[in-house]
Design a protein around this ligand. Structure first.
Ligand code: KE4
Length: 427
């Protein structure tokens, strides 16, 4: 019998390229028919066939409070009743700007936008405008949204020009981006020694969550900080995913490294379209209407989105919020590792704050190359078997997973019971 998911996917492909509005949703990496969701509540989502799942995607990070949190919904309803958008300043935008500057000490001023891509694209342009330089550095496996300058893969050598990683990106644009290996101290030092004076900015995920989860090696972020300071380059921490996900002070507090600019998204919108970039006042003052770097947005600082964001940022400040959240993530990964070990399956996992990585390989990967060694087929098998059991992990071996405050012992234990069943019946 055709499921409603299958029917909807069939129909959607007629009107939407690939039937989805963002590629990762198409299940290309794991195979099968993508799931169309109709409802979410707390840690749970229901698909078009009304099947329930415990959700470990949380919309790729934003839903740190879980789906449809009553206080967030209430704030959205109240804001919406006063009008959806004005295209003019509102007090709500001032409120969330003050809150972000209070919670993230490196942010002296902030500009609100509508997506993480807009935030990183604008931060790159701002860094180029402030320094008068064009060259940027990013790291293999890190994803910063789909701006042309960031859809670039490594050239043949660290010092050669980057090549487009997407059709439609002009070679001359990609050539301005040098792609290095994450956690490669030597490559970093050599590059700065050779072209440090040309580098406008380095953009990095302080905890990489787009090549599965890879943490920075001790001292790597500090090395970035020191080199950027020495050569007058702007250090951009892309915390769209890690911001308020790994801790109240974001990853920059976790690692004690202060970037010049920070990009935020996901959690700060509480599930609504909102992101931001901010940092040193002297850099932010280069933005129009004050300075020469243009950046704009019809719905930037949208009051309904801001209402969801403010409520979320208020609730994550609850005492022990991150301690409790992290404890559940650790309980999940430790349980999965123990179950796989008991059943003789090569598997490991790690937790960082409210996010986690699952790997079908002997030990935790510390680089893009090591992540690529993970057994993709094993992950797809695991993904679909768990889906069958009503557990929804990210549909890709190269994505991080997320837990919300709505995931309690009941959900974690149900997940571990499902994993034990899957691992005991493995292959
Ligand atoms: P958006 O433009 O998708 O709001 O944000 C882009 C972005 C920027 N920086 C980081 C560190 C990010 O993780 C993202 C987006 N993350 C992906 C998840 N891997 C979004 C999911 C998707 O592309 O559909």
């Amino acid at each position: 019998m055709t499921s409603r998911n299958q029917e909807l996917f069939q129909l959607s492909q007629k009107y939407i390229p690939g039937g989805v509005n963002s590629p990762v949703r198409a299940f290309k990496s794991v195979g099968g028919v993508p799931i169309f969701f109709q409802r979410g509540q707390g840690a749970y989502v229901w698909d078009a066939d009304n099947k329930a799942y415990i959700d470990y995607v949380c919309s790729w990070g934003p839903l740190i409070l879980g789906h449809a949190h009553p206080q967030v919904i209430k704030a959205v309803e109240a804001a919406a009743k006063n009008g959806l958008t004005f295209g003019a300043p509102t007090e709500m935008e001032l409120k969330i700007a003050e809150l972000l500057c209070k919670l993230v000490p490196s942010i002296e001023q902030v500009r609100l936008v509508s997506s993480g891509t807009e935030a990183t694209m604008s931060a790159i342009r701002l860094a180029r405008g402030y320094t008068g330089r064009s060259r940027i550095i990013k790291f293999e496996g890190c994803y910063h949204g789909h701006d042309d300058s960031l859809l670039v893969k490594a050239g043949s050598g660290a010092l050669t020009f980057g090549h487009p990683s997407s059709a439609g990106v002009p070679a001359e644009t990609a050539a301005q981006t040098t792609v290095l290996d994450y956690n490669d101290f030597l490559g970093l030092e050599q590059t700065f020694d050779q072209i440090g004076g040309e580098i406008a900015a380095v953009i990095v995920e302080p905890v990489a969550g787009n090549m599965n989860l890879v943490v920075s090696k001790p001292g790597f972020l500090l090395a970035l900080r020191d080199l950027c300071t020495k050569y007058g380059s702007i250090l951009i921490f892309d915390e769209v995913m890690t911001g308020f996900r790994v801790g109240l002070g974001c990853a920059q507090e976790l690692y004690g490294v202060k970037p010049d600019l920070t990009t935020l998204g996901k959690v700060i919108g509480g599930g609504m379209p909102m992101a931001a970039f901010g940092g040193r006042r002297d850099i932010m003052q280069c933005l129009a209407p004050l300075g020469a770097v243009y950046q704009a947005g019809t719905l930037s600082g949208n009051p309904v989105a801001v209402a969801a964001g403010i409520t979320t940022l208020q609730l994550v400040q609850a005492p022990e919020f991150y301690k409790k959240l992290t404890a559940h993530v650790v309980q999940l990964v430790d349980g999965l590792v123990a179950s796989a070990k008991k059943n003789g399956i090569i598997f490991c996992a790690q937790a960082v704050g409210g996010m986690f990585g699952l790997y079908f390989r002997e030990n935790i990967p510390t680089s893009y190359a090591e992540v690529m060694e993970c057994d993709k087929e094993a992950f797809s098998l695991f993904f679909h078997a768990m889906l069958q059991e009503g557990i929804y992990f990210a549909p890709s071996a190269f994505e991080a997973g997320f837990v919300s405050a709505a995931h309690g012992d009941k959900e974690i234990n149900a997940t571990l019971a499902a994993a034990e069943k899957v691992f005991s019946e493995w292959r």
